[in-house]
Design a protein around this ligand. Structure first.
Ligand SMILES: CC(C)(COP(=O)(O)OP(=O)(O)OC[C@H]1O[C@@H](n2cnc3c(N)ncnc32)[C@H](O)[C@@H]1OP(=O)(O)O)[C@@H](O)C(=O)NCCC(=O)NCCS
Length: 204
C-alpha cells in the first residue's frame, strides 16, 4: 500500500506513515541494505522504515546510515536528520534537512495505564482528562518517546528529564515538552494525531 499520510512541515522537513501490506522482498530489493535482525516481522518493519525515508526524499542516502552507541541511527555527515517508528503493520518516519527530529507511533492500549506512574509526574497526571485518560496518557508516552529519539543519546529519565506542559485533550493537537538534562536543555513543540487506535507524535 502506498503512503497513507504525508505531511510537509516546511521545504526541508517531511513526515510519512506507511501501512505495510507488502512482503519483505518489496522493501529489501529497493533499499538493498543488510540487517542482522532475525525476527521476520521486525525485519520487515526495519526495511519498510528505510524504504519510507527514500519515499520522503528520493535522494536520501540510506547507505550512509550509521548507528550510534545509543542505537540511534543517523546519516554520516549529518546532511539529513531523521527518526523512525514502527507499530504492528505501520511505519512512520520524519526527515529534516535542518534540525534534529523525533517521531513515535503507538497503539492505544490499556497497557499504558499500568506504567503511566513511571513516566508521568504527579503534576502531569493532574492535567489528564479523566474521560480520555487512556488516549491522553498514550499521547504523553508517545511524545516522550519522540523526544527521547530527538535527543538520541539514551539514558533519559522520562519523569525527571522531560516535563509535558498542561494541554487539553483533543483528537489532534500540539503540546510542549521541556527537556532538561545536564548536557542539554530545550523547549520542544510536538504535534500529535489520533487515528484508527493509533497515536502519532512528532517534533514540530
Ligand atoms: C529506542 C526506543 C525509543 C524505541 O522505541 P520502540 O517503541 O521500541 O520502537 P519504535 O518502533 O518506536 O522505534 C524503533 C526505531 O527507533 C530508532 N531508535 C532506536 N534507538 C534510538 C535512540 N537511542 N535514539 C533515537 N532513535 C532510536 C530506530 O530507528 C528504530 O528503528 P530501526 O531499528 O528499524 O531503525 C525504546 O526502545 C526506548 O529505549 N525507549 C526509552 C526507554 C526508557 O528509557 N523508558 C523509561 C520509561 S519510564
Amino acid at each position: 500500500m502506498p503512503l497513507i499520510r504525508t505531511i510537509q512541515m516546511n521545504p526541508g522537513s517531511r513526515l510519512g506513515v506507511w501501512k505495510i501490506t507488502e512482503e519483505e522482498d518489496f522493501f529489501a530489493g529497493k533499499v538493498n541494505i543488510s540487517t542482522a535482525i532475525h525476527h521476520p516481522h521486525k525485519r520487515l518493519q526495519h526495511f519498510a522504515g528505510r524504504y519510507l525515508l527514500t519515499e520522503l526524499f528520493p535522494d536520501f542516502p540510506i547507505r550512509d546510515i550509521r548507528i550510534m552507541e545509543s542505537r540511534k541511527p543517523y546519516v554520516h555527515g549529518n546532511d539529513y536528520h531523521f527518526s523512525i517508528s514502527h507499530c504492528g503493520d505501520y511505519v512512520a518516519a520524519i526527515v529534516s534537512k535542518e534540525e534534529a527530529v523525533g517521531i513515535d507511533i503507538e497503539e492505544i492500549t490499556n497497557k499504558i495505564e499500568k506504567v503511566s506512574h513511571k513516566f508521568l509526574s504527579v503534576t502531569e497526571q493532574a492535567f489528564i482528562d479523566p474521560g480520555n485518560a487512556l488516549a491522553q496518557k498514550t499521547i504523553c508516552w508517545s511524545a516522550k518517546e519522540a523526544v527521547f529519539k530527538w535527543y538520541g543519546l539514551g539514558s533519559v529519565d522520562f519523569k525527571e528529564n522531560m516535563t509535558i506542559e498542561p494541554f487539553t485533550f483533543q483528537p489532534k493537537g500540539f503540546l510542549t515538552c521541556n527537556f532538561n538534562k545536564a548536557d542539554k536543555n530545550a523547549r520542544l513543540y510536538l504535534q500529535y494525531l489520533l487515528d484508527n487506535e493509533l497515536c502519532l507524535t512528532w517534533t514540530a
